[in-house]
Design a binder for this molecule. Structure first.
Ligand code: B12
Ligand code: SF4
Ligand code: SF4
Length: 318
């Protein structure tokens, strides 16, 4: 059993000072999470056993660490958890096909890693010997740590939602040995009786509140899966050719509070022409690399985007 971080004596910097620095660097919120074992180990095991993770085998390999966050980074005592807003200003035309909002600018791994690196360096300059940053690139149960760090609740669509901010942000974490006072976990569930996300999901991927069958999720089908989109799901793509924002878009917490990001790297470059059915067919690998080499679209690559584009166009032409 891991010792409760609440017993750790105060360190050279306070959690409030860390939060101020995080906000100065451009994160929209920051909290401190303990590294106690997950309270949702059974939920993760059941999810994996049910096959909801599809071909994302890395989730099986990382399961032990996700359940035991203290095993992720040697000598770390807490995780400094931060949120980075990515909502690009402006909306896209409703005709044609589209891509997820997070993917319209520079790849967030690159962008957030730089800012997290600055936060790690700052922690080191304040006495940390361990300051390991993670930006969606490790065995970190990010949403659970964010909830534990007091940053929001996990909604029925499985997203971390923050009052006054919504859910269009990434989660990052710096594991450190600084003895920072943990935040109070976010206790409330502000979904109430709302079921908008469950009703709006076109593929029925949210099988029950907070339970997502990734193998039916458009985000998985167009980003993670290497296989063709299953025939029965093609008509349900609703024009999404890379990722999907529907269960975030319909959430009243986003309708009311989501504000555009000030980070220009996430702004829409306009590099994708969603009104052109042949857009990726006409492009060669050199052109694709030039336009999308530093964006999330690099993950499926040109062939993957051609597959997605064809399927998404079929869904809007019916
Ligand atoms: C695999 C993955 C996916 C998969 C599976 C998604 C899923 N819901 O599991 C796919 C490819 C479908 C996906 C899609 C998207 N993803 Co994704 N994804 C991940 C990743 C790498 C792992 C998530 C995971 O472990 N899933 C397995 C399930 C079982 O775990 P979990 O969802 O975290 O659930 C745990 C907790 O919820 C807890 N739990 C269960 N019940 C309860 C109840 C309560 C009350 C509490 C407190 C906890 C709790 O136990 C669960 C098991 O540990 C994380 C990054 C990370 N390292 O965590 C990003 C991450 C979750 N994704 C993110 C994003 C932005 C997206 C998309 C919006 C992208 C897009 N526009 O297409 C969509 C949203 C789809 C959706 N509704 O989830 C962000 C979410 C930010 C946020 N505000 O929550 C993350 C955190 C990446 C990041 N660093 O910012 N993603
Ligand atoms: S991202 Fe789209 S397909 Fe996936 S759960 Fe949300 S609404 Fe459904
Ligand atoms: S749409 Fe409603 S139920 Fe779904 S996450 Fe948002 S508030 Fe919760």
């Amino acid at each position: 059993m891991v010792k409760s971080e609440r017993e750790v004596p105060p360190g050279p910097v306070t959690a409030e000072e860390v939060a101020r620095e995080a906000e100065r660097l451009g994160f929209i919120a920051c909290g401190i999470a303990t590294l106690e074992p997950s309270r949702h180990q059974q939920a993760l095991d059941d999810w994996l056993r049910a096959g909801y993770g599809g071909t994302m085998r890395y989730l099986h390999r990382q399961a032990r660490k996700r359940k035991e966050p203290s095993a992720i980074v040697a000598d770390a005592r807490v995780a400094v958890v931060v949120l980075e807003s990515y909502l690009p200003p402006g909306t896209r035309s409703a005709s044609g096909v589209t891509i997820a909002k997070y993917a319209r600018g520079t790849d967030y791994h690159r962008v957030m890693r730089q800012r997290l690196g600055r936060l790690s360096a700052w922690l080191e300059s304040h006495g940390a010997r361990v300051a390991h940053a993670w930006a969606d690139d490790g065995p970190v149960p990010e949403r659970e740590l964010a909830q534990r760090a007091g940053l929001g609740w996990i909604g029925k669509n499985t997203m971390l939602i923050r009052p006054g901010a919504g859910s269009f942000f990434f989660i990052g974490a710096v594991f450190t040995d600084l003895p920072l006072q943990p935040s109070a976990p976010f206790a409330a569930d502000h979904c109430g009786t709302c079921t908008r996300c469950l009703e709006a999901c076109p593929t029925g991927a949210i099988v029950e509140p907070r339970l997502l069958d990734a193998t039916r999720c458009i985000s998985y089908l167009t980003i993670e899966s290497r296989a063709p989109v299953p025939e029965e799901l093609v008509p349900r793509l609703e024009g999404w050719a890379f990722g999907c924002d529907i269960c975030n878009d319909v959430c009243p917490w986003n309708e009311r509070f989501a504000a555009p990001t000030t980070i220009t790297a996430y702004h829409d470059r306009g590099a994708v022409d969603g009104s052109d059915p042949e857009f990726f067919e006409r492009m060669d690998e050199v052109e694709f690399a030039r336009r999308f080499g530093d964006t999330p679209l690099e993950r499926p690559g040109l062939e993957g985007m051609r597959r997605n584009w064809r399927a998404a166009w079929k869904s809007v032409r019916r």
